[in-house]
Design a binder for this molecule. Structure first.
Ligand SMILES: [Zn+2]
Ligand SMILES: [Zn+2]
Length: 315
């Protein structure tokens, strides 16, 4: 069972013919998690062949229009589809007031529960979303306005069960196997206690994805990217325009690569590319010089992450 990351929009504030406004989908077990929702995101979901009705949660980094003006349209479409399942919306404080003034999009007018979680300035770290299988944590970034980055992380699963070892230890097949798999010890007929670690392989870590834009290189971004399988990072400018990046609260491709390198990320996707770069290849060249596993994020491409690739060789 893999998790796919699909960049939907990788442009900075000005969309171009090739690049669209910020949004990225994570698809896992048939459900969708959306990071940012720039104008036109619902069309990008269509182009990517992703079913809007599968969205469980939307995470918005900040309230600049290029990251959230797609929300009203998307929420209205979900209403027209007669959705009844809840949608979680995690966003900076102010999103509620913004939606409330839009006819039909006010949370109380929608036919499905819109569970809004507003995050205010001053927070340091928060688990903003949690299911039985994954969590999403938010951290503050450094932009011109309050912005946060996110990290989606699958929970670690117990190690693989070795039935032949259990049988050899005298454990009878049946409910006792289930208890061991669930991490409980069992006592056999002859009074021996068998501990789960005797019959289970090492715990199996899940995959992780970090979404870090719009921001200067910062501690929040580095912590979110720590040992992450895939990092999507702001790379608005080439390093020749470093001053412009500082001025506007963005990062250069080289800086994004430094964050990935410092954080021991496994792979970097460069995003939020300025419209001035018709050809973003120089950004990629600049980043790979610092962090070889860098590439410019390709819109609508599926980046597949397989948790099995993280299991120890002995498994
Ligand atoms: Zn932006
Ligand atoms: Zn911004």
């Amino acid at each position: 069972m893999t998790t796919d990351v699909i960049p939907l929009g990788t442009a900075s504030a000005l969309p171009t013919g090739d690049r669209h406004l910020s949004a990225m989908a994570v698809q896992r077990k048939g459900r969708l998690y959306l990071f940012d929702c720039g104008e036109g995101t619902q069309y990008r979901l269509l182009h990517a062949g992703l079913n809007r009705s599968r969205i469980d949660a939307i995470f918005v980094t900040h309230l600049h229009g290029d990251h959230c003006y797609g929300l009203p349209g998307l929420l209205s479409t979900l209403a027209l589809q007669q959705r009844s399942d809840p949608v979680t919306l995690v966003a900076p404080k102010g999103i509620q007031a913004m939606l409330r003034v839009l006819p039909g999009d006010a949370p109380d007018d929608l036919p499905y529960p819109l569970r809004i979680r507003e995050i205010g300035e001053g927070f340091q770290r928060e688990t903003v979303y949690r299911t039985e299988e994954l969590t999403v944590v938010g951290r503050p970034l450094e932009h011109r306005t309050f912005a946060m980055g996110f990290r989606l992380e699958e929970r670690t699963r117990p190690g693989r069960f070795h039935p032949e070892t259990a049988r050899a230890l005298g454990v009878p097949e049946g409910p006792a196997f289930g208890r061991l798999k669930a991490g409980e010890s069992v006592t056999t007929k002859d009074g021996t206690t068998v501990q789960p670690h005797q019959v289970l392989g090492p715990p199996r870590p899940g995959i992780s994805v970090a979404y870090v834009t719009d921001t200067r290189p910062c501690d929040g971004g580095r912590v979110l990217a720590d040992d992450v399988d895939l990092l999507y990072h702001d790379a608005t400018f080439a390093d020749a325009l470093h001053d412009r990046a500082v001025e506007t609260g963005h990062s250069t491709a080289r800086e994004a690569a430094e964050v990935a390198h410092d954080a021991d990320a496994h792979r970097l996707l460069l995003g939020h590319i300025s419209a001035r770069y018709d050809d973003p290849a120089p950004l990629e060249t600049e980043a790979t010089a610092v962090f070889p596993e860098s590439s410019v994020a390709e819109e609508l491409r599926r980046y597949t992450l397989d948790p099995r690739s993280k299991e120890p060789e002995s498994e």
